[in-house]
Design a protein around this ligand. Structure first.
Ligand code: SF4
Ligand code: SF4
Ligand code: FES
Length: 295
């Protein structure tokens, strides 16, 4: 007999912004709130990755009787009778403070500049150490490289004010997938300058296509100097995998159906495929294209 995984004892009731809703005991508050239409901004959260609770932007207020507390909703499991406030003046004031703190750390991050505009943050009372900084130390790049790609090529280095993401801590392990750049919410990782250049040097003339290293196009070779932005194969695979990065598809985390399509492509494309152009610029596209950030 097939059992219904949700038993009556799993179902609980919480109050979300004044409205009673039902959910499953232990579900993560952010998921439940979003499913029920609440808007909670996030920066360090990505479905499929272990919550890290680093940016604190998703902070909401939870209450029960006379007890109340601010919590990060992306890693807070709900329980029966919980009351949640996601957008009161008090919650928004707290969010503004978080944005101020993030902005002081990474004033060049476009996403923070937009958030500051949205929440009316015009100045920050915290000191800034580097006016050119974009990284907020959210850890998404490290988690995706560890948990999805499995390459363990980057990690945090340093302590306190010197803490930062070490892009080249294990260059030999990097497969050039670009997932770190793709998930970075602040555009802090430029693949061309931090990873692809090293990737070229590492492989010399014998260059495996990065989709081959991801396991999507077995045995393919790049004839395009790793300039993926002008490669038809790259564009086709990116389009097929939308809205996720191909490495999520390669690892079976999302768009599982797409994998079989790419496998069929891999049958059509010989291992030493030449469908990338040879480096000469197509007149029709001259001057129009620039490297996307997810290369
Ligand atoms: S390009 Fe891929 S393998 Fe290399 S550091 Fe980024 S996520 Fe890791
Ligand atoms: S580089 Fe980007 S993804 Fe990595 S920790 Fe910094 S902000 Fe987060
Ligand atoms: S999204 Fe929850 S702490 Fe960053």
């Amino acid at each position: 007999m097939i059992k219904n995984p949700t038993t009556p004892s799993d179902t609980i009731t919480i109050t979300l912004d004044g409205q009673p809703i039902t959910a499953k005991k232990g579900e993560i508050l952010l998921d439940v709130a979003r499913r029920n239409g609440a808007f909670i901004p996030t920066l360090c959260h990505l479905d499929g990755l272990t919550p890290y609770g680093a940016c604190r932007l998703c902070t909401v207020k939870v209450k029960h009787g006379s007890w109340s507390k601010f919590v990060t909703s992306c890693n807070y499991p709900i329980w029966d009778g919980l009351e949640v406030e996601t957008a009161t003046d008090e919650v928004n004031q707290n969010r503004k403070l978080v944005i101020e703190a993030l902005l002081s750390r990474a004033p060049k991050a476009p996403v923070l500049q937009n958030l500051a505009k949205t929440y009316g943050v015009t100045t920050t009372r915290f000191p800034n150490l580097d006016p050119a900084e974009k990284c907020i130390l959210c850890g998404l790049c490290v988690r995706v490289c560890d948990d999805v790609v499995g390459a363990h090529a980057i990690g945090f280095v340093g302590r306190g004010q010197d803490r930062r993401v070490g892009i080249h801590i294990n260059d030999a392990a990097c497969i050039g997938c670009g997932a770190c750049s793709y998930v970075c919410p602040t555009d802090a990782i430029d693949m061309e300058s931090v990873t692809v250049g090293h990737f070229r040097d590492r492989w010399g003339e014998d260059r495996p296509c990065r989709y081959s290293l991801m396991g999507l196009l077995p045995g393919s070779v790049c004839h395009n100097n790793y300039e993926c932005w002008r490669c038809e194969t790259d564009q086709t695979i990116m389009d097929l995998c939308q809205p996720v990065h191909p490495v999520f598809v390669a690892r079976g985390i999302d768009n599982a159906g797409v994998r079989s399509v790419i496998r069929k492509m891999s049958v059509m494309i010989p291992p030493d495929h030449e469908d990338c152009d040879d480096g000469s610029t197509d007149e029709a596209t001259a001057g129009q294209q620039s490297p996307p950030s997810d290369t």
